[in-house]
Design a protein around this ligand. Structure first.
Ligand SMILES: Nc1ncnc2c1ncn2[C@@H]1O[C@H](COP(=O)(O)OP(=O)(O)OP(=O)(O)O)[C@@H](O)[C@H]1O
Ligand SMILES: [K+]
Ligand SMILES: [Mg+2]
Length: 729
């Protein structure tokens, strides 16, 4: 049933030069700015809202559970002793509960539409699984023929290798282990411009459901079917994975305590009322209780959290936890990786700079030899450059042993049995390229002596490349067991992403310090840092150094955000309070962080921080409003209830409501309507302008605290005028 297929070899090259970015055909997910609430949305959210009335679910929100029990109780009372007043109260209590579930349901429904678009991206059927050569695929075999067999993509396992060619859909999440290709990721990111994915570097991760536009890649599957990136995205936007954050739990405890306090207050009211000859009907006590417990924030708390996540998704950021979003609102320090985060990350070799008596051809040949087996983008670009400089290409001789690049050694190369083309059979030949300090250490290990003039010239070359913001790779060779010899420098060029400076200025205005951490040398780091406008740099950093820096900041009580893309950033991304992985990065980085930016834009952190702050402020503002509101209602209703027996209360009865019944019903109606009125605000979030925490607090206390105190007096008075018109109340 599965026929072996021979895949034609593809010439490796730079797909970016051949595939012009598409300007049409693709779609960009519309960013619905204000996202006004529509009737259609409310109507479609209604079935979900009714399902949420299930008391077993409601009990998780104690405040609203009390209201639901109250609604049930008043309904029974209305059945036992029918009356217009009783039925009105019961109906409005049910409406209050429904408003709460509707708010949550509407917040969720916004993600549901997005989920169905994403599901469409999952409908791929077959994959071309690699049969031979079996794993591990040999480095440098990128021009080799690969034997594949067609299998249903659902049967793919973690570790399987698949071949994907131009026009084909990538069958699952994985890392490119061979080749370079332009990939259309619009199904996932909504961005129509193709992106480059390649083996060996920090741009190796591919997402199932995206389409290869050019060339051929071999992908190692890294996620089992059912828990892919798109699966996680769907779960996320639908809100099915949502858990309460620690802050929400803390607030919930506070709201529950307030509910218990008011429950006791209302319960002790009755003996007091009986004693003074004004026994209150049970119906009135229930209504009073509902008006006093913090229903507004209780009803809107979950919608506020969901809407915050939703706002992030609108900006193409996927937050894996609500806790990370809240932490983002309080971030003090932002750490950024250089290559691929601050810069575009396609470091290309542009020049070879020989030192001393070494000729350009000599250096070029050695640099190419050291890179033939180097599958990193840097290694491939050295081969491309030398092929162009010297004309023609080279093959790695048999028996070559690769010394792969690692972030720890910061060096790569090969060990050969003999120098290609040299007349000394049997004399081993070694060649290395890498960071200046790393190659210097290697030279020393062979007891090399670099003449003073050469050393000076080399230092000048390294410095020149670094000052321009480029990455210098020093090349050296060793024949036999004799001391090694330095040959010169390869200039790797990278470009700082556009608009970085302005964005970092903005972060500074928000009180966030930016630190660039890089494995590159100090001079290069400083040149890039100055151009990008970051506050601080840490150069020649190993993955451990990055991790240690984060720990140090955290020990000082600061909340740290980290943006990175490489496998060597993964430990740091995991340790940071907010770890934003670039979508262009490796699977390891995306797995380690708690957010993924689909646009791979590290300055997106500004928006993430704003959304985090907005979430915290919105919740604080509505809590303040809710509690102030309830206190005010207490003073609005009580005088009306007791003015019959205590005429002295007359002075307190500033509102002059029509009757005790009308007062109670108006308060209940107001209590429900205020939830409805605040749904749009909780979905949109209160407006956030950069300002100090103290200023924001003062402004919110004034606006929402005072507003919360005044609103019930005005609202209930107006409602009383209407309610008193109802015959029988
Ligand atoms: N293929 C390679 N062969 C040899 N040396 C390399 C290679 N790629 C990079 N280097 C050297 O290793 C250093 C560290 O590179 P790496 O990309 O791991 O840094 P990093 O810690 O991820 O920081 P950043 O991504 O910000 O540059 C580089 O500055 C360069 O000098
Ligand atoms: K209330
Ligand atoms: Mg990196």
């Amino acid at each position: 049933m599965s026929a072996p297929v021979r895949t034609s070899p593809t010439v490796a090259g730079s797909p970016s030069s051949r595939t012009a970015p598409r300007t049409d055909g693709g779609h960009r997910r519309p960013v619905r700015g204000g996202r006004a609430l529509t009737w259609a949305q409310v109507r479609s959210a209604l079935p979900g809202a009714l399902r949420k009335l299930d008391p077993r679910r409601m009990v998780r929100t104690p405040v609203m559970f009390v209201v639901e029990v109250g609604a049930a109780a008043t309904t029974l009372l209305a059945v036992a002793e029918p009356g217009v007043f009783a039925w009105w109260v019961a109906a409005w209590l049910w409406l209050t509960v429904l408003c709460a579930t509707l708010a949550e349901s509407v917040a969720e429904s916004r993600g549901k539409a997005q989920a169905s678009t994403l599901r469409a991206a999952q409908q791929h059927t077959t994959a071309r699984k690699v049969v031979a050569p079996a794993e591990p695929l040999r480095y440098g075999s990128r021009r080799a023929e690969i034997e594949t067999t067609v299998v249903p993509s659902a049967t793919l396992r973690v570790g399987d290798l698949v071949v994907v060619e131009a026009g084909e859909t990538i069958p699952g999440d994985g890392d490119v282990v061979e080749g370079v290709a332009a990939v259309d990721e619009s199904a996932v990111t909504g961005e129509s411009a193709p992106v480059i994915r390649e083996s060996g570097g920090d741009r190796s991760a591919v997402t199932g459901g995206t389409v290869v536009l050019s060339d051929r890649v071999v992908v190692r599957i890294t996620a089992p079917t059912g828990s892919t990136f798109v699966d996680r995205m769907i779960a996320l936007v639908e809100g099915s994975e949502r858990r309460r954050t620690p802050n929400e739990t803390a607030l919930d405890v506070l709201l529950t305590s307030l509910t218990i306090v008011f429950l006791l207050a209302v319960a002790t009211l009755q003996p007091f009322a009986v004693y003074s000859g004004a026994r209150q009907p049970l119906l009135v006590l229930v209504a009073l209780l509902v008006c006093l417990v913090p229903t507004t924030i209780g009803a809107l708390l979950s919608a506020i959290g969901i809407a915050g996540m939703d706002r992030l998704v609108q900006r193409n950021v996927l937050a894996m936890s609500g806790r990370a979003v809240e932490a983002a609102g309080d971030v003090d320090v932002l750490l950024l990786d250089k290559t691929g985060t601050v810069t575009y990350g396609n470091r290309r070799a542009t020049r070879v700079l020989p030192v001393g008596a070494v000729t350009e051809a000599e250096l070029a040949r050695a640099a190419r030899l050291s890179s033939l087996a180097d599958e990193t983008p840097e290694g491939r670009s050295v081969v491309d450059l030398v092929d162009a400089v010297l004309g023609g290409s080279a093959e790695l001789p048999p028996g070559a042993e690769q010394v792969p690049f690692s972030a720890q050694t910061r060096m790569s190369g090969v060990d050969l049995d003999a120098e290609p083309g040299a007349g000394h059979p049997g004399e081993p030949y070694r060649v290395r390229k890498g960071a200046g300090s790393a190659v210097r250490a290697w030279l020393q290990s062979t007891e090399a002596h670099v003449p003073a003039a050469d050393a000076e010239e080399l230092a000048a070359l390294v410095d020149g490349v670094s000052r321009s913001g480029g990455t210098p790779l020093v090349v050296a060779e060793q024949r036999g067991e004799r001391p090694a010899r330095v040959l010169g420098v390869v200039h790797l060029k990278d470009v700082v992403k556009e608009g970085m400076r302005e964005r970092f200025d903005e972060l500074r205005a928000m009180g966030i310090r930016t630190v660039m951490v890089t494995g590159d040398n100090r001079v290069t780091a400083q040149a890039i840092a100055a151009e990008a406008g970051v506050d601080d740099v840490l150069a020649e950093a190993t993955p451990e150094d990055k991790l240690a820096l984060i720990r140090r900041e955290q020990e000082g009580g600061r909340l740290v955000a980290m943006a990175g893309d490489g496998t060597n950033d993964a430990p740091a991304l995991a340790q940071a309070d907010v770890g934003v992985a670039m979508n262009s990065g490796t699977s390891a980085a995306k797995e380690a962080g708690n957010m993924v930016d689909l646009d791979s834009d590290p300055t997106k952190l500004i928006e993430i921080v704003q959304i985090g702050k907005q979430l915290l402020i919105t919740r604080g503002a509505l809590t303040t409003f809710s509690v102030a509101n309830d206190v005010a209602k207490y003073f609005a209703i009580l005088p009306a209830m007791f003015v019959g027996v205590f005429p002295q209360l007359d002075v307190l009865d500033v509102m002059r409501l029509a009757s005790p019944e009308s007062a109670v019903l108006s308060a209940v109606v107001f209590n429900a309507l205020i939830i409805v009125a605040l749904v749009p605000l909780s979905l949109r979030g209160v407006r956030y302008r950069p300002a100090s925490a103290a200023v924001l607090l003062r402004r919110n206390l004034l606006l929402y605290g005072l507003g919360g105190l005044v609103a019930p007096f005005v609202g209930i008075k107006l409602l009383d005028l209407l309610v008193s018109l109802i015959p029988g109340v």
